[in-house]
Design a binder for this molecule. Structure first.
Ligand SMILES: [Cu+2]
Length: 327
């Protein structure tokens, strides 16, 4: 028994490890996610009580008191245990679950965020106030803490699903139709979001970071995000900028303040300040930039950006210096 318990424990620990961390619905850091985590526990306890009652009875009549029952008792058991008890238990659970729904639908105020699911990355636009020019970013979402923010969701060609388990429930994203979700983070930190609807080859590699910031830091960050790209700071980065334009990267990518105005790929104006690359598949450092540009297809099968295998090491390092400097 002892031996078995010991053999079992590493597995149990591994399973429990899935319950915490930056992408866990059971380790909530947002108001909606906390309510959903409570719902999960209540339903789990409800299901456990029901399961124990049914199996306890089964055990009792087969092992402890195995005799035939009077017709009356049998009928009482069927009606009481099979209809009345589950009716009240399930109705109670249903009423509880319905009672939390209105709060999940509350709208957000302040800055709105529009997120579009692309193949296989996230187009992100911040709309400071209704009608204002959107501030375009990608593959990362920043949110103010203790504030309810409205997120409008859409998709380019395929259905995706937007899910930051630590902050809120998931919401599908459809081409040609807008869905909405509001999130209210309660803890500053970096959380992980993931596409939760199979959308093609690179579906599993379509993630992003959700960065929850203090409210004043968020306002300052947004103001910075609104600015055009900074000038390249070194000769190497200046060369990189020239290579960027020469190689036609600007046909798909926008770097505001330069000639690069392409709409098909992620906006790169401030790509150097993001925490990750390629929808959270690589870290954001100089090596990763080089790796990404040269080996897109290997890093992300199905990706809609060609691999630039022909670039020399020198050109690639200049290009990476430029991209990394786009803070
Ligand atoms: Cu997907």
């Amino acid at each position: 028994m002892r031996g078995r318990a010991l053999r079992f424990s590493p597995v149990a620990l591994l399973l429990l490890a899935g319950c915490t961390g930056t992408q866990s619905a059971l380790d909530p850091a947002g108001k909606d996610a906390s309510v959903l985590a409570d719902l999960f526990w209540v339903l789990l306890i409800g299901a456990t009580v029901l399961w124990l009652a049914v199996n306890g009875l089964f055990f009792y009549v087969t092992r402890i008191e195995p005799r035939s029952l009077s017709r009356r008792l049998a009928e009482t058991l069927v009606i009481g245990g099979g209809i009345v008890f589950p009716f009240f238990l399930l109705s109670g659970l249903l009423a509880y679950a319905l009672s939390i729904m209105p709060d999940q639908r509350l709208e957000g105020t302040g800055v709105q965020i529009r997120v579009t699911g692309e193949q296989w990355w996230w187009r992100v636009e911040y709309i400071p106030e209704p009608g204002a020019e959107p501030i375009v970013a990608a593959n990362e979402i920043r949110l103010p803490v203790d504030h309810r923010t409205e997120i409008k969701l859409g998709a380019d060609k395929f259905i995706h699903s937007f899910w930051i388990p630590a902050l809120a429930g998931k919401m599908d994203m459809f081409p040609g139709r807008e869905t909405r979700l509001a999130v209210e983070p309660t803890k500053v930190g970096v959380y992980r979001g993931q596409c939760a609807e199979f959308c093609g080859e690179a579906h599993a590699l379509m993630a992003f970071q959700a960065v929850v910031m203090e409210q004043d830091e968020f306002a300052a960050w947004l103001e910075k995000e609104r600015q055009d790209a900074v000038m390249p700071a070194s000769d190497l980065a200046r060369q990189g900028e020239a290579i960027f334009l020469e190689e036609g990267c600007g046909a798909c990518h926008t770097v505001r303040g330069t000639e690069a105005r392409g709409p098909a790929g992620p906006d790169l104006t401030h790509v150097g300040s993001r925490l990750s690359l390629g929808a959270a598949v690589l870290p954001s450092d100089r090596e990763a930039f080089a790796d990404w540009v040269r080996h897109t297809k290997r890093i992300k099968p199905g990706v809609k950006m060609p691999p630039y295998v022909h670039l020399s090491d020198e050109k690639l390092s200049a290009l990476s210096a430029y991209l990394e400097g786009l803070k």
